[in-house]
Design a protein around this ligand. Structure first.
Ligand SMILES: NC(=O)c1ccc[n+]([C@@H]2O[C@H](COP(=O)([O-])OP(=O)(O)OC[C@H]3O[C@@H](n4cnc5c(N)ncnc54)[C@H](OP(=O)(O)O)[C@@H]3O)[C@@H](O)[C@H]2O)c1
Length: 339
């Protein structure tokens, strides 16, 4: 497995996003399946595992902590706070963005306990809470570094300007944001800002939440609680338009001698050496397929045709709903016109 750098860490060029084992895309797999995927990733040479307090409202960290604790010295552990499940007066748990220093400290303590570790290697602010100056949230994270509870700090879904403000408080080792052929927003500014500041860029949803794997043909099959149901790109109209891109995309994958999923990941790996994609999967066969992208080399001519085929102008629908867009701080391309 090739490696890349994130702050003080050398990690496998392709990491595992663990969210899917507890959260997001319909009914998550059972704990035994989650365990199989985590251990297979370790066996295959994955040395960066990405989780968050939010995922399954703590269940994902609990799973990762239980399964990977015996192997703690073999990998870099990344988690996130500042957005977590909070129990309301009615007893229901809801997702809350809270970047106040006391919340960040509390989230971190909870994560350490669930992860069964003394220190989280890379700790992200999952969302910038716009009611709290970024300097205050990052200041609290910097205190966590000084206290030995966290080794390095990251941010998620922030603009280049916010990254620079945060970096002035404490070195930012990584920015984690959605990036794939169909979500090019980081190309506006944040990829370059990361390069300048020496931060890694961790690309989430790198296979477009299944779209670029040719894995989802009918959005009517999505379970009610699948988060893609609220994403404009996965609305029946937009998705039907997006599916029309796939035959040409699959032809490019065949030309490159790889699978569609591998093409999406190989493209990211070749875009820049400071990019670390974190695909998520609930299946060991998909995991092995995704990791195979590390061996795929794409010729410049094919890269150019790929980028012309799938980009913000050819894709239908925004990546996020209006509510989710309000919660992120990233530079976004203008709305895609309705087709
Ligand atoms: N910072 C943030 O705000 C944020 C937000 C979202 C995600 N993340 C992180 O990023 C990670 C990855 O993102 P993601 O899960 O949203 O999107 P993704 O990795 O682009 O896509 C995951 C989807 O693709 C499918 N898939 C993956 N490999 C496949 C293959 N080889 N063949 C067929 N289907 C395949 C998975 O289904 P199967 O289970 O069937 O393989 C799953 O439905 C998450 O696990 C999480 O750690 C971070």
């Amino acid at each position: 497995m090739n490696t890349r750098s994130i702050g003080p860490f050398t990690v496998s060029a392709l990491a595992l996003g663990c969210m899917n084992l507890s959260h997001a895309y319909g009914t998550p797999p059972d704990a035994q399946q989650g365990e199989r995927v985590l251990l297979a990733a370790l066996d295959e040479g994955v040395t960066l595992f990405d989780t968050a307090a939010l995922y399954g409202f703590g269940a994902n960290e609990t799973l990762v902590g239980r399964v990977l604790k015996p192997h703690r010295n073999r990998f870099t552990l990344a988690s996130k706070g500042g957005m977590a499940g909070v129990t309301g007066d009615d007893g229901a748990v809801r997702r809350v963005i809270d970047g106040r220093p006391e919340a960040v400290r509390r989230n971190c303590e909870d994560s350490l306990r669930r992860l069964q570790t003394d220190v989280i290697d890379l700790y992200y602010l999952h969302r910038w809470d716009k009611k709290v100056p970024i300097e205050d949230s990052v200041g609290a994270m910097s205190d966590l570094v000084r206290a030995g509870k966290v080794r390095a700090i990251g941010l998620s879904e922030v603009s280049a300007a916010t990254l620079r403000r945060a970096h002035a408080v404490h070195p930012i080792s990584a920015v984690q944001t959605e990036y794939s052929l169909w979500t090019r927003n980081p190309e506006i500014a944040v990829l370059q800002a990361c390069r300048e500041l020496g931060a890694a860029f961790v690309a989430f949803s790198p296979v477009a939440r299944g779209f670029l794997c040719d894995a989802l043909h009918d959005v009517a099959t999505l379970a009610d609680k699948d988060i893609r149901k609220a994403m404009p790109r996965f609305s029946p109209e937009n998705y039907a338009a997006n599916l029309k891109l796939l035959p040409a995309y699959k032809a490019l994958a065949a030309e490159a001698g790889c699978t569609p999923a591998q093409l999406a990941l190989a493209w990211l790996l070749q875009k820049a050496p400071h990019i670390v994609p974190i695909p998520g999967t609930t299946r060991v066969d998909h995991l092995r397929e995704d990791l195979g992208a590390g061996a795929v080399k794409l010729e410049p001519g094919l890269l150019a045709r790929l980028e012309a085929l799938i980009n913000q102008d050819t894709v239908s629908g925004n990546r996020y709903s209006d509510q989710s867009r309000g919660e992120v701080d990233t530079e976004e391309f203008p709305d895609t016109p309705a087709r």
